[in-house]
Design a protein around this ligand. Structure first.
Ligand SMILES: [Zn+2]
Length: 350
């Protein structure tokens, strides 16, 4: 097998030393001149042990050199014999799609700008995954209050609880004086990459203003759009307006997509069109489960028509005594469950 990578790939990995280290769980210094914290399984006292400049050096455990050498040491790979594997590992860590690695190369500035822009996505996946590793159960208090207590969901989406200021680079932080209230951070995945995050306010601080903020300069995304292209035979997918409505369904084992905003209806239809053949072939059905207000009803009817026009089956789940799905779920879990199960069974046979 010839070498699959190009010199640029090698350089790209070298240039992203810090991301590689973060991926492996090493921790950045707390002060600008401080040293990194090395890995606890290599040390009794990993604090402050690793210097990072162009190359790294942890004198006590021997991680040293550039990104490639760090990967080889941490993964236990031979820097000469396993070099291809090391490059491959580095590219995967940095979010490259290896199937597209044979990409055309040119070195003008325009391409460079595009590459930088693309790295946003890559960063989110790495940033969030790393923070998730340190999350503790008790931190999900707000989720428990909203009835979301299925730990598998926290893991599946890598939901984190943190002041957004501590998580995101400044250039993508939403402009809000009260950004610190938006501690419930729900990643929005596409494939195996985090493409955006929903920042949900913790209502205990305030109930004024926006409930949800979005990251700046990053396109809005639909939560769980993966369900469309991964759709299986006979799938029934609930569509909601809000993230906690979708999580209510997910919490008890159903599939739910959250548009995150009524304004995303057209984007959602675009996605349906993209996977239409497969959706029809698999007889995938949709249950629209919008808020119990005029806006919600209007949007629901509009979406219902649009989905039907594509030749797909759609149903409407109407709320009677509650303003939205999550309220129903929180106030009467037993009724909610039986009512959804009933609806599901009814639709299954249509
Ligand atoms: Zn070390």
């Amino acid at each position: 097998m010839g070498k699959f990578y190009k010199e640029e790939d090698k350089q790209y990995i070298k240039d992203n030393l810090q991301k590689i280290l973060l991926y492996y769980g090493l921790q950045e210094p707390k002060t600008p001149k401080g040293n990194w914290k090395c890995l606890a399984n290599r040390h009794k006292t990993p604090e402050n042990s690793l210097t990072v400049k162009n190359n790294i050096c942890c004198c006590s455990c021997g991680i040293k050199g550039d990104s490639l050498s760090a990967i080889s040491i941490i993964e236990g790979l031979d820097i000469v014999k396993d070099f291809t594997k090391i490059i491959e590992k580095g590219l995967i860590i940095l979010g490259c799609d290896l199937s597209k690695i044979d990409r055309p190369q040119n070195n003008n500035k325009q391409t460079k700008v595009e590459t930088n822009k693309k790295q946003y996505d890559i960063d989110l996946t790495i940033i969030i995954s790393n923070i998730y590793k340190n999350m503790q159960d008790w931190q999900y208090k707000y989720f428990y209050k909203r009835g979301i207590n299925n730990k598998k969901l926290f893991e599946k989406y890598k939901i984190i609880i943190s002041n957004p200021v501590k998580v995101f680079p400044k250039n993508i932080l939403p402009d809000s004086k009260r950004i610190y209230m938006y501690t419930n951070i729900i990643p929005v995945w596409e494939g195996n990459q985090i493409k955006n995050c929903i920042l949900r306010r913790d209502d205990k601080y305030s109930t004024n203003g926006l409930k949800v903020l979005n990251l700046k300069d990053i396109p809005l995304k639909i939560f769980n759009i993966n369900y469309l292209y991964k759709a299986k035979e006979g799938d029934i997918i609930f569509i909601t307006e809000g993230i906690f409505d979708a999580l209510s369904y997910e919490n008890i084992g159903f599939k739910a997509i959250s548009l995150n905003s009524i304004s995303m209806i057209n984007k959602f239809i675009d996605q349906l069109e993209k996977y239409i053949a497969q959706l029809i072939k698999n007889n995938v059905k949709f249950v629209l489960s919008f808020d119990n207000d005029n806006k919600g009803k209007e949007a629901c009817n509009l979406l219902d028509t649009k989905i039907r026009n594509l030749g797909l089956k759609t149903f409407i789940f109407t709320l009677k005594n509650h303003k939205d799905i999550n309220e129903f779920y929180v106030k009467n879990q037993r009724n909610f469950y039986s009512s959804i199960k009933y609806t599901y069974a009814l639709i299954k046979n249509k």
